[in-house]
Design a protein around this ligand. Structure first.
Ligand code: GDP
Length: 726
């Protein structure tokens, strides 16, 4: 059977009109895994759908143990719709918010997102996040409302009550979609509707489904379904209106094929010349065009080595091709090309435009790389909505494992760009930073289990930021030999500009003119935007000088000094964010020997630090949105858990038979929250947290926290003074 499916897929991949590239995304526990099992079984990929989870998607051991899906895995399947066979490439996405980066990358590869929502719980925070991730990438949503069996059999709802509930889920999802798309410049309607066929209902557990088109086809309406479900005749329900058919029909009918999708998506994700031949080749999904392949995932196969998975936007991938990898100098040679058939990769002769391919040989690629047969403007960097907020040290228990550990950590960083790895070969103590406690826990477990390297890990430590709060005076930075001087000011960068840099809308990778336009659009004035010399993190460096001799040759060192100053801020050596640094004037020694690295770097670094201090720099801490669902009598305990953590409760309201408590709290205080809330509410609460950026810490907490961080880092505890420099 497997061989037959592989053959079918190979035939179909040359017909882009019959391909659908889709993702399934959901809030944790809403039924994504169970639905995926249904689809695979329905497509004949597996005999017993119970096997599916194990075989196909949850390939990593820790996923099976935790019962959550962590890595985006891929599977291709076929489905007959209106007498035509279709190839459906499905990318699985993780359900836990700590792994948001994986979801965003998966969305780059697909054109449609099937959003699963639990009928009882309704839209939840992660539903909102996945919708936003899809819409940002121009991916079309459709809705599957799951666990409808519970409304019928468990909650014993009548037809009216049930209809009301289902309509309110659809209404909520559409409100979210409208809120996210009203600023978009195209006229497309992104909302979902029952009449339009973009909403289906059903039970992934009992394998039945229903939609407007399915009712017309099978003659089964909601009344019939309620009757059979109530009578416990679920097998019959499954036979008469199988979920996989209902959902796969919806996928084929309503999700765009690559030929329809790419003309809309390319302008959104690629900022190269829209009038070029290459742009046209991508728009029309030209399989004979230049190769353009966007890598969305890197994974490790014990036999084949590193596998790069991604979307072919133009041309055809073939073994032996020499391809450029964005951000690197040389070319890589494709050693094999293939399709993912569940957890297994099948090698094929070629993979043409419009498909999701899995290749080996791209040793320089990382998740997010643009790989192409001609040099080209890379795709927009994939937006990672959250930045790392928590760090943990990792150390090999045995020094013999050190080289292997370093290699593994480098691999981890390559596979998941939302993980930051800092390697310290001297001390052997490496730092990994990620989205939350669970994120880091899973990474360390993989190192121990998959690589067999026993490690010691430190306590999780929160990552802070430093940012200026006002405009500084002009500061002079003098080199140790006193022959070079730099005159610098610092001011806070406007929020909108910070945001557009974080989203990759303005970066040093793009052509100057485009960068200038993007920054102006975000609110930077025209003169300043013309003098942008460098962007580092979310900081912008402006060169306002004119005609200074030797400055050009020295600029590289100036930037090095600037980056050092920004990587380790003056307060607690945490990264600086959101600052606009201006170079107003400079004096440089005639002779290059006297303006080398040892002179220029410290002069600039000190000037930037002192200007930051004069600009009233403050410590920022990461915060999280917290939502707790809890029975009425535990509501006080739940809100107390937020308030007791320097948090704030913003809203409390009834939803179904539960109370919802919403608020925010600092990440630092949230460590250990899981066990505390469990005991405070006798295990009756379910909760969800989501990173919500950085916030200036209260003035009265600043000195203590700064001292604590400085002590931990072995720095002098007195704060640097800037008085001498003005
Ligand atoms: P995921 O976290 O989104 O992948 O969710 P799972 O597919 O693992 O499902 C979470 C839990 O909900 C499991 O215990 C499933 O058995 C259960 N579940 C999934 N779909 C349904 C359904 O349609 N009806 C009912 N009653 N339970 C379901």
């Amino acid at each position: 059977r497997r061989k037959k499916i592989v053959q079918e897929c190979e035939t179909l991949m040359d017909k882009p009109e019959n391909i659908r590239n889709i993702a399934i995304a959901a809030h944790v526990d809403h039924g994504k895994t169970t639905l995926t099992d249904n689809l695979l079984a329905g497509a004949g990929m597996i005999a017993d759908e119970g096997e599916a989870t194990k075989l196909m998607m949850d390939t990593e051991e820790d996923e099976q143990e935790r019962g959550i899906t962590i890595d985006a895995a891929n599977v291709s399947m076929t489905h007959e719709y209106e007498d035509t066979n279709h190839l459906i490439n499905l990318i699985d996405t993780p359900g836990h918010v700590d792994f948001g980066g994986d979801v965003t990358r998966a969305m780059r590869a697909v054109d449609g997102a099937l959003v699963v929502v639990d009928a009882v719980e309704g839209a939840m925070p992660q539903t909102e996040t996945v919708l936003r991730q899809a819409l940002r990438e121009g991916v079309k949503p459709a809705l599957f409302i799951n666990k409808v069996d519970r409304l019928i059999s468990e909650l014993q709802e009548g037809p009216e009550e049930m209809q009301e509930r289902l309509l309110s889920v659809i209404h909520d999802v559409n409100e979210l979609i409208r809120g996210m798309t009203e600023d978009m410049d195209d006229v497309e309607d992104w909302t979902v509707s029952v009449e339009g066929g973009t909403v289906a209902f059903g039970s992934a557990l009992y394998k039945w489904g229903v939609s407007m088109p399915s009712m017309q086809r099978t003659g089964m309406d909601f009344g019939d379904i309620m009757e059979l479900e109530r009578a416990d005749k679920r097998q019959e329900l499954h036979e008469r209106t199988p979920l996989s058919n209902v959902v796969l029909d919806m996928v084929c009918e309503h999700f765009p094929n690559p030929v329809d999708a790419q003309p809309r998506r390319i302008p959104r994700i690629w900022r190269g010349d829209a009038d070029s031949d290459l742009a046209e080749e991508m728009r029309v999904v030209n399989e004979d065009g230049e190769v353009v392949f966007m890598v969305t995932d890197i994974s490790m196969d014990p036999h084949a080595g590193e596998i790069a998975t991604g979307r072919v936007f133009s041309g055809t991938l073939e073994k032996g091709q020499e391809l450029y990898v964005s951000g690197t100098a040389g070319k890589n040679r494709l050693q094999s090309v293939g399709l993912f058939m569940g957890g297994e990769r099948e090698e094929v002769e070629h993979v043409p435009a419009g498909n999701i391919a899995a290749v080996t040989g791209l040793k320089d690629a990382i998740a997010g790389s643009t790989v192409s047969s001609v040099e080209m403007t890379p795709f927009e960097s994939i937006e990672h909505i959250s930045e790392p907020v928590i760090t943990k040290s990792v150390e090999a228990q045995s020094m013999d494992d050190l080289p292997k550990l370093i290699e593994t950590l480098q691999q981890v960083a390559k596979e998941d760009p939302t993980i930051n790895v800092e390697i310290n070969e001297d001390t052997g103590e490496h730092l990994i930073s990620g989205q939350g406690e669970l994120h880091l826990e899973v990474v360390t477990q993989r190192i121990e289990r998959n690589q067999g390297i026993p490690v010691n890990t430190g306590e999780p430590i929160v990552v802070y930021r430093e940012a200026p709060q006002s405009e500084s005076r002009e500061v002079e930075g003098i080199s140790p030999n006193r022959h070079n001087r730099f005159y610098i000011t610092v001011e806070p960068l406007d929020e909108d500009i910070v945001e557009s840099i974080k989203m990759g809308e303005a970066s040093m990778d793009m052509p100057e003119l485009e960068r200038r336009e993007a920054l102006q659009e975000a609110g930077l004035d025209k003169d300043t935007s013309q003098n942008v010399e460098h962007i580092h993190g979310s900081n912008v460096f402006i060169d306002d000088t004119k005609g200074i001799q030797h400055l050009n040759e020295t600029m590289e060192l100036v930037i090095e000094g600037l980056e050092e100053a920004l990587n380790d801020g003056p307060l607690a050596a945490e990264p600086v964010q959101g600052s606009l640094i201006r170079l107003h004037d400079a004096r440089l020694h005639e002779d290059a020997i006297h303006r080398g690295p040892a002179q220029v770097i410290p002069a600039v670094r000190r000037a930037v630090h002192n200007a930051l201090i004069d600009a009233d720099i403050k410590l920022l801490e990461p915060i999280q949105d917290v939502r707790i669902d809890v029975p009425n009598d535990h509501m006080g305990a739940a809100s107390g858990e937020i308030q007791g953590r320097r948090g704030r409760v913003d809203d409390m309201y009834q939803e179904g038979d539960l109370m919802v408590v919403e608020g925010i709290a600092p990440v630092d205080e949230m460590i250990g929250f899981s066990s505390d809330i469990r005991s405070a509410t006798e295990g009756r609460a379910s909760w969800n947290t989501e990173n919500a950026g950085f916030r200036v810490m209260a003035d009265n907490l600043q000195p203590e926290k700064i001292t604590e961080i400085r002590e931990r880092k072995g720095m002098k505890t007195e704060l640097p003074e800037a008085v001498d420099y003005f």
